[in-house]
Design a protein around this ligand. Structure first.
Ligand code: 2AM
Length: 553
């Protein structure tokens, strides 16, 4: 049996003549996850499944619900942690993360652990949350049984391999020091489960409309997609991952700079399969390795590399440091093109075998070069009615309508953040949910940017919206934002919340979501006469009881 536990993994174990292992009690294994968009949570489920098959007794715990003091009682822990924004832990994990990092953290002597970190190499603080937890667990006395893995967006395969290694490393030792027969043979076939099993499907675009007026400085595409074989079972709150194609002009610029014009196979690969925009320190390193470019090496080894990367893309690197590249070099330098997730803006109860998306075209200029968002501008510029797209549902069970249809909901969704609330309102209308629905919407200008204005008017008329409060930020000299409306309506809002309403925020994570939360804390303090700490505790209580949910990006 032991032979089966080396590098060959489960398959070899099946061939080894297995001595009959004595029956043993399953060994406990705790899988902690810190998730924002659901990837860590999904991997935690994968670990759990494989662990159970391998003879462990797994327990999956969300950081949001973690009792940090009780961690010292664990025997072995797998930590799966995502990093968000500029090196921050996921919002729901902030409390427990702070407690683990803080002075009151328990000793973890006797705990064995391994960390799987998720991140995005296009951000400077790649995998910071996982790295810090990995160091912290060790500092608190826990024993690291295998090196941490830091995964980029294409984490499926490396994560699956690490999970297998982790379960081997965590397998309990017998007194003689031998590894107990954790049954990887029984786990044969588990590969498919650890890999993502949700296959993308092809859909047809049946509606493609710009929701902004032609005089707006924004362009927000409403996209209706038809599933041929019936819509997958998505729920309001879920996202749809869209597999984009790169800008063909950019592909040609890269091919030209690399001296590879005319390679049509490579061109197709760069269009549909490789991430040809992201420039990170890792990209520069891979470029230097592939080309041996001396000037680029000096940049890589200097302190300026981060500042240089800021606002630049791969094309800037290739044009600044010209080198003859091969197709293999370009593949080595780039990473796979990840799909982009968009909140679904429809309910199946209302639209049947369709899914709708609300996608703002991202266009900006940095370092004198026009830049475009890969997926959003693919949709805005190169997709029309009748086009086909590849998509995959990404469930989000942390952004859900209340189970009780009688519960009121308050929704805060400026800009494209309004998308999931269109799904919420459709669902509540189609299911005749008696709870009241209150929407806060904001954008730049009333006349150009009031997304889905007619639908909201109809919803107000048919009662599926009880009220809507809008903040058009640029229609007057002073900026007005959704949080200003929340503050103005604080009495009514707190009374809804006291009556059990759920509160939802979708949209910009960097500023808006934090400002909205702060406004709600101030509203509680003012309306209920609480001090700042008590008001903060009231909002934290809403979060803990899952009555304050956010989907931010
Ligand atoms: P602005 O662009 O005029 O600053 C949707 O993008 C809307 O969100 C816009 O009206 C935008 O205003 C606004 N917005 C920008 N920053 C915000 C913040 N910190 N909080 C709430 N809304 C914000």
């Amino acid at each position: 049996f032991l032979a089966g536990l080396d590098a060959a993994g489960g398959a070899a174990a099946a061939e080894a003549p297995a001595p009959a292992a004595p029956p043993r009690a399953a060994e406990p294994l705790t899988i902690l996850f810190a998730s924002e968009s659901g990837n860590s949570e999904k991997l935690a489920g994968d670990v759990s499944k494989l662990a159970r098959k391998s003879g462990f007794k797994p327990k999956v715990v969300d950081f949001a619900d973690l009792d940090v003091a009780a961690l010292s009682k664990e025997k072995r822990v797998v930590v799966i942690a995502a990093t968000w924004g500029e090196g921050e832990p996921p919002a729901r994990a902030v409390r427990a993360y702070g407690e683990i990092m803080g002075e009151g953290a328990p000793r973890l002597d006797g705990v064995e652990f391994g960390v799987l970190a998720l991140g995005d190499t296009s951000y400077a603080e790649f995998c910071a949350t996982g790295k810090r937890l990995d160091e912290r667990f060790e500092a608190l006395g826990a024993k690291r049984v295998l090196p941490r893995i830091d995964c980029d967006l294409d984490f499926d395969k490396p994560a699956a391999a690490w999970i297998k290694d982790a379960l081997k490393a965590l397998a309990p030792a017998e007194p003689a020091g031998n590894v107990v027969a954790v049954d990887f043979a029984r786990a044969a076939g588990a590969d498919e489960e650890v890999e993502v099993s949700r296959e993308p499907v092809t859909v047809e675009v049946i509606e493609h409309v710009n929701l902004n007026s032609s005089r707006s400085d924004k362009e927000t595409i409403h996209l209706a997609l038809a599933f041929e074989d019936g819509a997958p079972a998505y729920e309001p709150g879920d996202s749809l991952e869209l597999y984009p194609e790169n800008d063909p002009t950019l592909v040609d610029q890269i091919l030209k700079a690399a001296g590879l014009e005319g390679d049509s196979v490579l061109r197709q690969a760069l269009l549909a399969e490789r991430d040809i925009t992201t420039l990170s320190a890792a990209t520069v390193e891979r470029f230097v390795k592939a080309t041996g470019h001396e000037e680029a090496r000096r940049l890589m080894e200097s302190n300026e590399v981060r500042a240089w990367i800021e606002g630049r893309h791969l094309i800037d690197l290739i044009e600044t440091y010209p080198a003859k590249l091969s197709a293999q070099h370009l593949t080595d330098i780039t990473r796979p093109l990840p799909p982009r997730a968009y909140s679904i803006a429809s309910s199946r109860a209302e639209v049947g075998d369709e899914a709708h998306l609300t996608i703002a075209a991202v266009r900006y200029t940095t370092h004198d070069r026009a830049r475009t968002g890969v997926a959003s501008v693919h949709v805005a510029d190169r997709i029309r009615n009748g086009a086909k797209l590849k998509v995959r549902v990404k469930p989000n069970k942390h952004f859900r309508l209340p189970k009780d249809p009688g519960t009121d909901v308050i929704m805060v969704g400026p800009g494209t953040g309004v998308a999931p609330f269109r799904a919420f309102v459709q669902e509540r209308r189609a299911t005749e949910a008696p709870g009241r629905n209150w929407l806060f919407f904001g954008d730049r200008h009333f006349t150009h940017d009031f997304l889905y204005q007619l639908e909201w008017q109809e919803a107000l008329e048919d009662g599926s919206l009880a009220r809507i409060d809008v903040a058009f930020s640029r229609d007057q000299p002073e900026k007005v934002y959704v949080q200003d409306r929340i503050w103005e309506q604080r009495r009514e809002l707190v009374s809804w919340l006291d009556g059990g309403a759920h509160f939802y925020v979708c949209g910009d994570a960097k500023a808006m979501a934090k400002d909205v939360r702060a406004a709600l804390v101030r509203a509680f303090a003012d309306v209920k006469g609480l001090d700042a700490a008590a008001a903060e505790a009231a909002v934290a209580g809403l979060e803990r009881s899952h009555r304050y949910q956010q989907d931010v990006y």
